[in-house]
Design a protein around this ligand. Structure first.
Ligand SMILES: [Zn+2]
Length: 245
């Protein structure tokens, strides 16, 4: 009796009609030249993958700092370059105005509880999905959340913030951090966009054998069951390590 009632309730539940941001963005990018920037970014990703290039948070922070301040760290308030680094708090401090700031302050990853390395890895995954046009099944929120070991809402935020930032000309700050290789193909000035798109696809296809794309990597599952007694920050720190395996 109870079971029947449950079933009816389940059947009556309205169908989810929420628009997925990925499908929406793919639709927006259906114009013939929409995939070109993604393919260019894909070909500029490090050959050995983001995970191997940036093995820990410190390497990601160093990379972000060098992209943000190519002339040396600059204070966010007074723009002075007389800045010291407080190692145990991972903060910069301006010697002139005493302002303390982190490397992510004022960026997309500002105040994010996720590890900066996770942002880099997710950027690689998003670029690959859009370049290969497989975003509709690669960037599904639930499966991403499972792979990263974070909540669905955190995944959704990460994905939308990163997609918007990577869509900016030049790939945004995180795009610049992970896409640093020279393009393996040269664009002649008289080349039409369609031909350039074909050339990029051919280069991607050739490279694919050499590069292990994220979807060929084993699916990443956190090794331990999350401990309920731990705070969320501790969980995320643990997940950062789980991503290595
Ligand atoms: Zn200052």
């Amino acid at each position: 009796m109870v079971r029947d009632a449950d079933r009816t309730r389940r059947r009556r539940r309205p169908k989810m009609t929420r628009r997925s941001p990925v499908k929406w963005l793919l639709k927006k990018r259906e114009n013939p030249f929409g995939t070109i920037p993604w393919k260019e970014m894909y070909l500029m990703l490090p050959e050995e993958g983001v995970r191997a290039t940036f093995p820990n948070t410190e390497s990601c922070e160093a990379r972000l700092a060098s992209v943000r301040w190519p002339q040396g760290v600059q204070c966010l308030s007074c723009e002075m370059q007389d800045v010291s680094y407080i190692e145990n708090r991972a903060l910069y401090q301006c010697r002139a105005c005493r302002r303390q700031f982190s490397v992510t302050a004022g960026t997309e990853a500002h105040r994010s509880r996720l590890d900066l390395r996770m942002w880099f890895i997710a950027a690689e995954e998003i670029i690959t999905a859009y370049a290969e046009e497989t975003g509709h099944h690669r960037l599904v929120g639930q499966s991403m959340a499972h792979r990263y070991g974070i909540s669905y809402s955190a995944t959704h935020r990460l994905k939308t913030t990163l997609t918007n930032s990577l869509s900016q000309p030049g790939g945004g700050l995180i795009g610049e951090c992970v896409c640093f290789c020279a393009l393996p193909v040269l664009r002649k000035p008289d080349l039409s966009p369609e031909e350039w798109d074909r050339m990029l696809s051919a280069a991607m296809y050739e490279n694919r054998g050499a590069r292990r794309t994220p979807h060929r990597r084993p699916i990443l599952i956190p090794l331990e069951e999350p401990d309920q007694s731990l705070s969320q920050t501790d969980d995320l720190a643990k997940v950062g390590h789980a991503l290595d395996h």
